[in-house]
Ligand binder design. Structure first.
Ligand code: HEM
Length: 211
């Protein structure tokens, strides 16, 4: 869980920073999208680096879900009789819901997102348009509901990350240490920065700052 989760977090940080280039204007954003397809050239053929990234991400997502399911199964087998009472049971239930159902919502969001901004199949500009035009068309003021959908999905990603990063620290045995507060703060800060960075793009397009 932790290794695949870390790969996905690193991708999200890079993706969020890349998205912020939209605030530098159309030329910078489209140049960045073009650069993603030319990384490693001429040593690597066109788009090979991006294709490898896509393959690694796909494998990471599949293994992440597979680990989640097998860990949940193992936990059930290890304790077939449910606890009658558990300290902070509501906290555990909240975490399970955020991770399990939140994970499914994130997966559905990513499928929509690929159809929207990568393939253009559900984007008002269609597949042939430049990335900047696709983003601006997507979150135009008249499409405020698409922005709401993205904001909700990104908040789910943030909650998922917050708990995921924290769980990884606990797995490493750091959860009860003196660093408890610092680690919690770290998980909260990473999640909050990612959410703010991601939502800024759709929100600023919808309110007309980026057009
Ligand atoms: C909410 C703000 C977001 C915006 C504005 C945004 C924008 C974009 C754009 C423009 C592309 C196409 C890039 C290109 O074709 O060059 C893209 C691709 C992608 N995005 Fe996002 N994204 C956002 C959030 C997310 C989130 C939260 C995730 C994951 C949970 C995500 C995962 C992906 C993936 C996997 C791709 C495909 C990368 C590829 O083509 O190889 N995005 N995004």
């Amino acid at each position: 869980m932790a290794v695949t989760g870390a790969i996905l977090v690193l991708y999200l940080v890079a993706h969020m920073i890349g998205n912020l280039k939209i605030f530098l204007g159309r030329a910078d954003f489209d140049h960045y999208a073009h650069w993603l397809r030319t990384i490693g050239e001429p040593a690597l053929p066109h788009r090979v680096f991006l294709t490898i990234t896509e393959a690694v991400l796909t494998v990471a997502v599949v293994l992440h879900m597979w680990s989640a399911v097998s860990l949940a199964r193992r936990a059930r087998k290890a304790r077939p009789v449910r606890y009658a009472a558990r300290p902070a049971a509501h906290e555990n239930r909240y975490a399970t819901h955020v991770m399990r159902y939140g994970g499914v919502v994130i997966l559905l969001f990513v499928i929509w997102h690929l159809l929207d901004l990568t393939f253009g199949a559900v984007n008002p500009e269609g597949g042939g348009a430049e990335p900047y035009d696709k983003v601006v068309a997507d979150f135009a003021p008249s499409h405020w509901y698409v922005t709401v959908f993205y904001v909700v999905a990104v908040v789910m990603v943030g909650l998922h990350l917050r708990h995921g990063i924290w769980s990884a620290f606990q797995t490493l045995g750091w959860g009860r240490s003196r660093r408890y507060r610092a680690l919690r703060l770290f998980a909260d800060t990473v999640a909050a920065l990612l959410v703010l960075g991601f939502v800024s793009v759709p929100v600023f397009v919808t309110i007309g700052v980026v057009s």
